[in-house]
Design a protein around this ligand. Structure first.
Ligand code: HEM
Length: 494
């Protein structure tokens, strides 16, 4: 196909696409800087220039896909649009060749290996434990005190995913280490993605040292967990499955792969659900009507019980709608890259092999044609919608196609259970004064979120049945260390 002039609509299958260039493409770093400084505004400005819009990330020429149908076409053709581009190139030193970052050629085998741990029956079997994790985290909260909700949610989600990986929650010290390292890594990854000029990141600056140190600490943490298991008893968890494969069942699985899969799952499985829950509490505190409906539902469904069980989930309709609307409004994964593996005609352009292509769930979720008044947080959108939005749904918080999130059902169950459990006992309030706007990095959501605890029921939060044993207790205690002296404020002022 000949190169098509800028902004000319082009017939392709049954749809015409318009391609264009974002203004201000020179100097070459300008779009990267715009994406770094005011990412969401920059993204939202792009669809006016076309369905496929050219931008520059440092020296890299890239195309952002703005139309939901084109995004789905790209996500379905995983052989042509493979994991790659600035984000995945920077993720590989961290996650190696695990399922999140591996190329198309490796993907099916890896996904088959890991998928059983995330099947619906396995997720249902985890629901009581998810409730316990949530109770353990809010166990030590006290009326009127300020708690760092984002740290507490990270404790909760790291606990839940480490049960899948290692049969047990990580202890408090390791959870805190994962949290600290992640904060450093996601910031560093974002800078490296939007300004992909590697020489800058090889300089011996304090920021570069902190980034490299955080990556190394994460690797050491996972190596220690593997070494402990090898020295101890076999267990029926994901690490057990991977070690069994590496030690004989499956010659394709190497020790390095065991390590890479664990790092990949620990990071993806803790970061995004934690940001989703933090965003939900922050949004609810600013939307009293949505919060009131949530509380009414939780009180009705749970009755006097401290947390939901598996049978309650289908009845937590509004709770789930709050999670869905949070994922629409503030999707934790908001920007991803791909690379073309061959020359391809796409969106009215001929994209040569090796072209960087981006898509953004945030952009699709904030298109007024798909979601009227997209900036408004309205969970009721999800009460009246039937079905899953069809094959070209603009709602893609977990992506789509064969590289769709492996933990989507797990994450929906976990966030719904955690939200219902905490909302059963606590109302969380922003401290007086303006709420600090969220600044996206490689993920989107509040990374520090001080909120004031207001008890809902007057009773103290009961200790979960198994919280006194082992690591769940540690998780609760680590949640408790998040209290701040500055939070000794009167709850009525919130
Ligand atoms: C609210 C929570 C979550 C959100 C919003 C989310 C979102 C996403 C998105 C958008 C992708 C696709 C990335 C791309 O297209 O480049 C993805 C992939 C992935 N996610 Fe999640 N995720 C969540 C929770 C989880 C959990 C709990 C796990 C597992 C423990 C997990 C494991 C994965 C894996 C392994 C992939 C790569 C899948 C593949 O390439 O086959 N995620 N996630």
């Amino acid at each position: 196909m000949n190169r098509i002039p800028e902004s000319t609509p082009t017939a392709e299958s049954e749809q015409s696409w318009k391609s264009g260039t974002a203004p201000g493409i020179f100097p070459p770093v300008s779009h990267g800087i715009a994406l770094f400084r005011r990412p969401l505004e920059f993204l939202n400005s792009l669809p006016t220039h076309g369905d496929l819009v050219e931008i520059r990330l440092g020296p890299v020429r890239a195309w952002l896909v703005c139309h939901p149908r084109l995004v789905h076409d790209m996500l379905r053709d995983t052989g042509t649009f493979d994991k790659g581009g600035p984000l995945y190139e920077r993720l590989r030193p961290l996650m190696g060749g695990g399922v999140v970052t591996c190329p198309h050629s490796e993907h099916r085998r890896q996904r088959r290996l890991l998928q059983p741990a995330f099947r619906p029956a396995r997720v249902t079997a985890q629901i009581d434990a998810m409730g316990e994790e949530a109770l353990a985290v809010c166990l030590g909260w006290r009326s009127g005190r300020t708690v760092d909700v984002s740290a507490a949610m990270m404790t909760l989600t790291t606990g839940a995913v480490s049960r899948v990986l290692f049969s047990d929650s990580l202890d408090a010290a390791r959870t805190a280490e994962v949290r600290d390292c992640l904060a450093e890594v996601v910031h560093g990854l974002f800078v490296r993605t939007v300004v992909p000029v590697d020489v800058l990141f090889r300089l011996p600056t304090p920021a570069n040292r902190r980034y490299r140190d955080a990556v190394a600490r994460l690797h050491r943490l996972v190596d220690a967990a593997i070494a402990e298991r090898r020295a101890g008893a076999r267990r029926d968890d994901l690490l057990g499955t991977l070690l069994a494969a590496a030690e004989g069942d499956d010659p394709a699985v190497t020790d390095q792969e065991v390590h890479d899969q664990l790092v990949s799952l620990l990071l993806t499985g803790s970061e995004s659900p934690s940001l989703c829950l933090s965003s939900a509490f922050s949004l609810l505190a600013r939307h009293p009507e949505a919060e009131r409906r949530l509380h009414t539902e939780v009180d009705t469904v749970l009755g006097g019980r401290p947390c939901p069980g598996p049978d309650d989930l289908p009845r937590l309709v509004h709770t789930r709608a709050v999670i869905e609307e949070t994922l629409r409004h503030s999707p934790p994964g908001w920007l991803f890259t791909r690379v073309t593996t061959r020359d391809v005609d796409f969106g009215g352009r001929r994209l040569p092999r090796g072209t960087t292509v981006l898509y953004s769930p945030y952009l699709l979720h904030h298109t007024p044609a798909s979601f009227p008044e997209p900036e408004r947080f309205r969970p009721e959108r999800w009460l009246s919608r039937g079905g899953d939005g069809g094959p070209y749904s603009p709602m893609i918080p977990f992506s789509a196609g064969s590289r769709k999130c492996l933990g989507d059902s797990f994450a929906m169950a976990q966030t719904t259970v955690a939200l219902a459990t905490i909302a059963r006992h606590w109302r969380l309030r922003h401290p007086p004064g303006p709420v600090t706007p969220v600044r996206p990095t490689v993920t989107l959501g509040p990374r520090s979120l001080p909120m004031i605890c207001v008890p809902r029921t007057g009773d103290t939060v009961p200790a979960p049945a198994r919280a006194a044993s082992g690591s769940t207790r540690d998780t609760a205690l680590s949640g408790r260390t998040e209290f701040r002296k500055a939070g000794d404020q009167d709850a009525d002022r919130a």
